[in-house]
Design a protein around this ligand. Structure first.
Ligand SMILES: Cc1cc2nc3c(=O)[nH]c(=O)nc-3n(C[C@H](O)[C@H](O)[C@H](O)COP(=O)(O)OP(=O)(O)OC[C@H]3O[C@@H](n4cnc5c(N)ncnc54)[C@H](O)[C@@H]3O)c2cc1C
Ligand code: FES
Length: 263
């Protein structure tokens, strides 16, 4: 079920350089969003730009009726969002798309997030822990300041996530992929390999993590980003090539099993 809520903004502040958190009063979406789904947002004051902008649900609080999104300022729409004040409303369609689908009975999961890819991955921690899985999370960002999700991951995990920064200002210096390979290798060597890998971030990261997971024989899902127009499956602007033909990232994804993606 899709809702279209005229959602008042409750909070809109910068959490790290160029990365903002916005809280929306959107009770129907908050009550129904599954990990990995997104909202397609029409931004007020952008009437000349008819296209909505998609953002993963970073957190949903059904009791409060609110959702958080985390957005990186990239272009006109996200820059415009930084000027919105609490009390103004955005129009949010959601929850949209196929979210994460870890295997039934998943016992040990590795979650990998690059940059704001941490937003759609974050709710998956709670889902996996609720079903009794052991969860390891790896967060990569350009700088320490850009690791804005670290605290929330630590709270959800009950321990610190493994972190890397490109400039070495926090955690392992460089890209996060060596941490991913080490985690896969250590788990396999311990006789308790991962049975699920989920990754969201820049496409080169997802491609590499997918090949590492496949090399280790572990089922992997990735959340693909495409430019989206309608966001509800009607316009075919978000097509993804898969081994099963062309699929729409907005409704057939954004989460796909990595083995289905033709990179
Ligand atoms: C399912 C989904 C979930 C997403 N979740 C998040 C999220 O949680 N947080 C977040 O910060 N961003 C997320 N994005 C990306 C976000 O939608 C875009 O960054 C945003 O739409 C850019 O709008 P803009 O008007 O600022 O940029 P524009 O002015 O339209 O474009 C600025 C630049 O960004 C690039 N760009 C714009 N949209 C996309 C896109 N969809 N994919 C790749 N490149 C793009 C353009 O090519 C251009 O170079 C998500 C995208 C998808 C498809
Ligand atoms: S954005 Fe229109 S079909 Fe996906």
């Amino acid at each position: 079920m899709l809702y279209n809520e005229k959602a008042p903004i409750l909070f809109n502040e910068e959490a790290g350089r160029g990365i903002w958190i916005m809280t929306l009063d959107a009770p129907e979406i908050a009550a129904t969003a599954l990990p990995g789904q997104f909202v397609h947002v029409r931004i007020p004051g952008m009437e000349g730009h008819i296209l909505r902008r998609p953002f993963g649900v970073y957190a949903a609080f059904p009791e409060e009726g609110t959702i958080d999104i985390m957005y990186q300022v990239l272009g006109f729409g996200t820059d415009h969002m930084t000027h919105l004040e609490p009390g103004e409303r955005v129009e949010a369609i959601g929850p949209v798309g196929r979210g994460w689908q870890p295997p039934a009975g998943c016992k040990k999961a590795l979650l990998v997030a690059g940059g704001v890819g941490s937003a759609p991955i974050h709710p998956l921690v709670g889902q996996l822990k609720a079903q009794g899985a052991e969860v390891t999370a790896i967060l990569g960002a350009q700088t320490a300041e850009a690791l804005v999700a670290r605290q929330r991951f630590a709270e959800a995990l009950g321990c610190e996530p493994l972190c890397s920064t490109d400039d070495g200002t926090f955690g392992r210096a460089g890209f996060c992929t060596p941490l991913v390979q080490e985690a896969l290798d250590e788990a396999a060597a311990s006789g308790q390999p991962f049975d699920y890998v989920a990754c969201c971030g820049p496409e080169p990261l997802m491609k590499l993590v997918a090949s590492m997971a496949e090399g280790a024989g572990v089922f992997c899902e990735v959340s693909l980003e495409r430019r989206m127009a309608c966001g509800v499956g009607a316009c075919l602007s978000c097509v993804v090539d898969t081994v099963n033909g062309k699929k729409r990232a907005c409704v057939d994804g954004p989460v796909f099993p990595s083995k289905e993606v033709v990179w």
